[in-house]
Each structure stands twice: as structure tokens, then as C-alpha cells.
Design a protein around this ligand. Structure first.
Ligand SMILES: C[S@@+](CC[C@H](N)C(=O)[O-])C[C@H]1O[C@@H](n2cnc3c(N)ncnc32)[C@H](O)[C@@H]1O
Length: 455
């Protein structure tokens, strides 16, 4: 039996298919019409229903007071915790997620009357031209028609005239949230697809269909905001939630020991998905230039072939905090994870034989699991005894080699002193990429929710 087989045998009794975890419940699909959660199409976001389901499980066994999400994204785990009266801390690196999170927190306290007044003024005025220039990146050039850019400029020029800061921010956020709709792009699986009307040279013709006018799209979005503001939670969110904008790989090291009752999170998957490409329009709008984008890509959890190792920088960070021993424990768990090193060994051989379409996949897998080992050890440290962990993540496969992230990370969890209670497996897994399917056949990969606790 190989190492992954042994790992599987060790955890087999704890792998449980949970029929309630349907794709509908787990994916963003369910958020498309949910008040507040429909404000930004962030496909990686938790559905609020999934979070509610997991919090119900949690509340049945402990009385949680403080929840942490180190990969907070748009903050679904945080806002649902606040709605139950719990404290919540989130760490998020991408300005897009952080802005969505800020919008949701502000929505709970902004003056609905002031919002409505500004919306009414906007509706009754002309704003088809302005001085604002969309701060394009190379990969966003030609994303909008000249008419769309002109309407966006007129809208942006009006924003400084909005006195209430929270209302002004929500109006700014509304523009960000419709950028994809009014552009010649579409976020499609792992990629940003380009419509042929953009005039960009494209390998394949693609027409995304009807593109609304900016004015119609943004007014429609603001109307949705206005409707949702009538269904608020009582203005406590901003006091209950703490948001740290930065990398959890650095920030978690500074959190106090045993300070959280629950960690609910979903890290990026080890699947080559590049958030900085998919969200290029929104990041440019947030003011990220080419240098900042490159920096962001390197700071995000390594999940693309462009990522370089952060190990030396993280070692220095832990040294500066006089926490070398914590870092050494992570290195030992990572170096001793045989299932992972078996995969790396196979992939290295394939790379040497020139069989990998991109040899950097090997470094990506190494970096991903090293960084995730660090996150798992920090989760174990900051959790209170009796605390619970839920992590949503997918397994992946490269060159026919399954990378059982659920088992590898659960092994790290045990090394860090956590108990692996169960790994819930979604009834429907994930197929191969078409490239892999041709060569290796279709075997589903597990999509999971890991359920761990601290004894
Ligand atoms: C799968 S998404 C989580 C979405 C979130 N559950 C929600 O409801 O919106 C993963 C998130 O991790 C963030 N991320 C990636 N690397 C990070 C890092 N080093 N520190 C903090 N956040 C990071 C990404 O920007 C992304 O928003």
C-alpha cells in the first residue's frame, strides 16, 4: 500500500458523505438572491445557508462567543456570526473582498433615509460624462465601451458630493459591483473570458450576450441595496466584527493563544486559480496598479504556478516575533507528511521527464501545503480548548496524481494537537479538467468540509 493509501485507511472511518451538503447549499449559487449577499458576485463566497447550517451544528454543542475566518473574503462567516450576537474576526488580503465586507458592515448602520435621498438625487440627474479615468491595467484595457467609461466617469465625479461617508462608500461599492456586468468580460470558471466586441485579439469567438448600460446597471444595484437596507440586523455589526486587511500568514501569528471558539473558513484551493486575474477589473478600480497586483499575487496563499516560496520570509517573520519554535513545529509536520511527499516525488519525476504541461505545478503544491500547514498550526493555537473548526476545501489532481488535501491537512491538524472528528464529503465531487480526463479517465475528486476540534 502506498503512503496515500495508508493515509486514507487512517481516516477512512471519519470520511462521511453528508447528503445535506448539496452543491446548491455549498456554492455561491444560493447567494445570488439573498439580501446583502447578492451585492457582489464573489463566486468563491460561502452561501449564507451553509454558514447557518454549520453554526447550527456548532451552537448545538458549545456556546460560541468569538469566530475567526482567516480567509474571510466577503465576510459571510463574520456577518452570520454577528447576526447571532457573536464576535467575529476576519483576515482578508484582497481589497475586493475587504470592500464587500466593509459594505456589509456599513449596511447595518448606514442611514437608510440618507441613502434613499442620494439615490433619488442621482436618479433625477444627468451624469453621462466626467473627468474620472478608469485606472486600467494591461489586462483590463478595452474592457468597456467608450460610452460605458464615460457614464462611469460621470458617476464617479458625483461621489465626492455625497456628504455621508457610509453612503458615499456604498455608492462607490455599487459601481465596483457592476463592473463585470457592464464590461466585455465574464468570470468563467478559472478564467476571465473576453467578448469579441472588446476588439481584443481572441483565440476563440465569444459573445456574452446583452450588456446593460452602466447607468441602468448601477441604479438597479443601488435599488437592491436600498431594498436590503430595510432588512437589517440592528446596527451591531461594526461593533461585533474586527476586520484585518492583510495576509493571514503574517497576521495569525500575532493573534492571542486560545482566543476563539470557532474557526470557519475556506482557503483558496490548490487549483491554479488566480484571484488577481479574475478580479482584475475590480482590483484596478480599487486602485491596484501593476506592481501592487504582482505583489498581491505573491502574498496570496500559493495556489498558482507563478507563486514563489514564502518559507524564508515566513521564517524571518516568526523569528521577529520570537516564535521560532512554533515555526519549527510547522516545518517538522510538513517535512514528515509522507502522502504529500509521495505526490511531490511523482510530480518531480514527471517534470524531469518533461511530461508536465507546467513544471511549476510542483512548486505550487509544495508552497500551498507548507503555507496551509502554518495556517492549521495557527488555528490550533488560537482556538480555545473545546473549540471547533470547519474548513471547506477541494481535493485536486495533477498528472493523474490525486492530491488528497482533506487527508494531508487533517494529518497536519492532528500533528498540531487537534482532533479530526470527521471529514464531510459532498455527495457530488468534482470531475477532472478536460485535459486530465482525456489521459487519466474520470474519477471524481472529493469536495469536503473538515470538522476538527480542540480537545
Ligand atoms: C475561497 S475564498 C473565501 C470566501 C469567503 N468564505 C466568503 O464567504 O466570501 C478565499 C479567500 O482567501 C483570500 N486569501 C488568499 N490568500 C490570503 C492570505 N494570505 N491572507 C488572507 N486572505 C487570503 C482570497 O482573497 C479569498 O477572498
Amino acid at each position: 500500500m502506498d503512503e496515500r493509501g495508508r493515509l486514507h485507511r487512517r481516516f477512512a472511518a471519519r470520511l462521511e458523505v453528508n447528503p445535506l451538503l448539496t452543491r446548491q447549499l455549498v456554492s455561491f449559487q444560493a447567494s445570488k438572491s439573498a439580501p446583502f449577499y447578492r451585492w457582489l458576485k464573489y463566486k468563491e463566497a460561502f452561501s449564507p445557508d451553509l454558514v447557518e447550517y454549520l453554526y447550527d451544528q456548532l451552537a448545538a454543542t458549545i456556546q460560541p462567543r468569538h469566530v475567526l475566518d482567516p480567509f474571510a473574503g466577503t465576510g459571510t462567516a463574520l456577518t452570520r456570526a454577528c447576526a447571532r450576537g457573536w464576535q467575529a474576526t476576519g483576515i482578508e488580503l484582497m481589497p475586493v473582498g475587504a470592500a464587500a465586507l466593509r459594505a456589509r458592515l456599513l449596511a447595518d448602520e448606514v442611514s437608510a433615509r440618507e441613502f434613499e435621498r442620494e439615490l433619488d438625487l442621482l436618479r433625477r440627474s444627468e451624469w453621462e460624462n466626467g473627468k474620472f479615468h478608469f485606472p486600467h491595467l494591461r489586462i483590463t484595457e478595452r474592457a468597456f465601451s467608450p460610452e460605458t467609461e464615460a457614464a462611469l466617469a460621470g458617476y464617479m465625479d458625483r461621489l465626492p458630493g455625497i456628504h455621508d461617508e457610509a453612503v458615499r462608500f456604498l455608492f462607490w461599492f455599487a459601481a465596483m459591483s457592476v463592473l463585470e456586468d457592464v464590461s466585455f468580460t465574464r468570470k468563467d470558471g478559472q478564467y476571465l473570458r473576453w467578448d469579441q466586441r472588446s476588439g481584443r485579439p481572441l483565440a476563440q469567438k465569444f459573445d456574452k450576450g446583452f450588456i446593460p448600460k452602466f447607468r441602468d446597471a448601477v441604479l438597479q444595484r443601488l435599488r437592491e441595496f436600498s431594498q436590503d437596507l430595510t432588512r437589517r440586523n440592528g446596527g451591531h455589526f461594526a461593533r461585533q466584527a474586527r476586520v484585518m486587511e492583510g495576509s493571514c500568514l503574517l497576521e495569525m501569528a500575532r493573534l492571542e493563544d486560545a482566543s476563539f471558539d470557532c474557526v470557519l473558513t475556506s482557503p483558496p484551493y490548490c487549483n491554479r486559480y488566480d484571484y488577481t486575474r479574475t478580479y482584475a477589473l475590480e482590483l484596478a478600480f480599487c486602485g491596484c496598479d501593476e506592481t501592487r497586483i504582482r505583489e498581491l499575487r505573491q502574498t496570496l496563499l500559493s495556489a498558482t504556478v507563478e507563486n514563489k516560496s514564502k518559507r524564508a520570509a515566513l521564517a524571518a517573520h516568526y523569528r521577529s516575533l520570537k516564535a521560532e519554535r512554533r515555526f519549527d513545529r510547522v516545518c517538522a509536520a510538513y517535512d514528515g507528511q509522507r502522502g504529500l511527499h509521495e505526490v511531490l516525488c511523482h510530480l518531480n519525476r514527471a517534470r524531469e521527464a518533461g511530461e508536465l504541461s507546467n513544471g511549476h505545478v510542483v512548486n505550487m503544491v509544495e508552497n500551498y501545503f507548507f503555507e496551509m500547514a502554518l495556517v492549521v498550526f495557527e488555528i490550533a493555537r488560537v482556538l480555545k480548548p473545546g473549540g471547533r473548526v470547519f474548513i471547506v476545501n477541494d481535493n485536486v489532481r495533477y498528472h493523474g496524481e490525486e492530491v488528497p488535501a482533506d487527508l494531508i491537512l487533517s494529518d497536519f491538524a492532528e500533528s498540531a494537537g487537534l482532533r479530526v472528528d470527521r471529514v464531510w464529503v459532498l455527495p457530488r465531487g468534482k470531475g477532472n479538467s478536460s485535459q486530465q480526463m482525456g489521459r487519466w479517465g474520470r474519477v471524481e475528486l472529493r469536495k469536503c468540509v473538515y470538522c476538527w476540534s480542540k480537545p
